[in-house]
Design a protein around this ligand. Structure first.
Ligand SMILES: *[C@@H]1O[C@H](CO)[C@@H](O)[C@H](O)[C@H]1NC(C)=O
Length: 355
């Protein structure tokens, strides 16, 4: 009898150890715990200009053994808007990336407000900088909008691309993706929600134009997806049902749009969380389950696989694939609670294996 109880006890202990080991990689942190090089001294640490509560990570991307996050400047006191995650002894810390000076306010060589990024297969991180800060408190234009390219291998900012000529006064930039086309041409696509437009910028010629692809909305999300013979852009208008698919050759031709394909017109609106090859990660609005759509199959909202649930009061804001490790990083937070209040946002990155 005693032996049996002991056996069960050992078994339970074993399960706890195994389960814990399985999840020990997952990351969690509150607000914006800083990791700064000593050269900046303690002044910055103590500085009232830094408001830990206003640091809210909304996007993540893995590269090799590192993880990067974006924290848009929605309220004052956000020291940097792109960070490298440091897994220190005291837990997660955020280190301004590549350097703190690359985030200096009103320095137009620096990133003003990163709202989205796109990692290409060459290890280049393309960062969309709206140039508008404190968007939820007291919006201010500090610099023209631009795209900043960072070489992650070198840890250096290598290029700044002015995209201001493609914008209008009330433009609302949201997402960025980059396509390497045939013939060595590189195209940047950025979404402008206020016009329902996709801004296109070709790197070698420096030419740019915009293509209206939907009606205006408060948000316009885009993702690049590989079809069998070509690449398509998936578009989602915030709070509108339906997923629009657009052949990127139409964007590059700049004259006219070929008819758009629309999926799920009669389903609940969705939020795009990320894409990877032919897979699109999304959730239904006001629902915390993260779903995956294999775009090789026809879209059917009741037949999407559920890969993750954020849990009570938590919202998933991004899913990113680690191509080498066959896993997905899912970023959850309770940012909706903290946007109203003043408590630091609780963030969680969960690693989900890809089947
Ligand atoms: C979607 O899937 C459900 C459940 O499998 C099925 O009943 C329904 O007919 C499908 N809808 C379409 C449009 O294929």
């Amino acid at each position: 009898m005693v032996q049996n109880i002991l056996k069960i006890f050992i078994l339970i202990l074993w399960y706890i150890v195994i389960l814990d080991a399985g999840h020990s990689k997952n990351l969690a942190w509150n607000g914006g715990p800083l990791h700064l090089q000593c050269e900046y001294g303690t002044d910055l640490w103590m500085s009232s200009a830094y408001v830990k509560e206003n640091v809210i990570a909304v996007k993540t991307v893995p590269y090799k053994d590192d993880i990067y996050v974006i924290t848009p400047r929605m309220k004052p006191g956000v020291l940097a808007t792109l960070w490298l995650i440091i897994r220190g002894k005291k837990g997660v810390e955020l280190q301004p990336y590549p350097e703190l000076r690359d985030h200096k306010l009103s320095d137009c060589n620096a990133i003003q407000n990163a709202v989205d990024f796109y990692l290409d297969h060459l290890g280049k991180l393309w960062v969309l900088d709206t140039g508008v800060i404190d968007t939820l408190a007291n919006p201010r234009c500090t610099c023209p909008p631009k795209v900043v390219v960072i070489n992650l291998l070198l840890g250096k900012l290598i290029k700044r691309i002015d995209i201001s000529s493609l914008l209008e006064a009330n433009s609302l930039l949201q997402n960025i993706v980059v396509e390497y086309g045939l013939g060595g041409k590189t195209f940047i696509y950025a979404s402008d929600a206020s016009r329902g437009a996709i801004l296109v910028h070709e790197m070698s010629s420096g030419a740019g134009w915009s293509v209206v692809a939907s009606g205006p909305a408060s948000g316009l999300q885009i993702a690049l997806v590989k079809r069998v013979a070509h690449t398509v852009l998936i578009l989602v208008r915030l709070h509108y049902p339906g997923i629009i698919e657009l052949d990127t050759t139409a964007l590059r031709r700049q004259d006219s749009l070929t008819p758009l394909t629309v999926f799920g017109e009669h389903c609940k609106p969705v939020v795009l969380l990320g894409a990877d090859g032919s897979h699109v990660y999304l959730r239904h609005i006001e629902c915390s389950d993260v779903l995956v759509w294999n775009t090789h199959d026809a879209f059917n909202s009741s037949r999407l696989d559920n890969i993750h649930s954020a849990g009570p009061r938590m919202t998933t804001t991004a899913v990113a694939a680690d191509p080498l490790k066959h896993e997905l990083l899912v970023l959850d937070s309770n940012y909706q609670d903290t946007l109203q209040g003043n408590s630091p946002t609780y963030h969680k990155i969960t690693f989900v294996s890809k089947n």
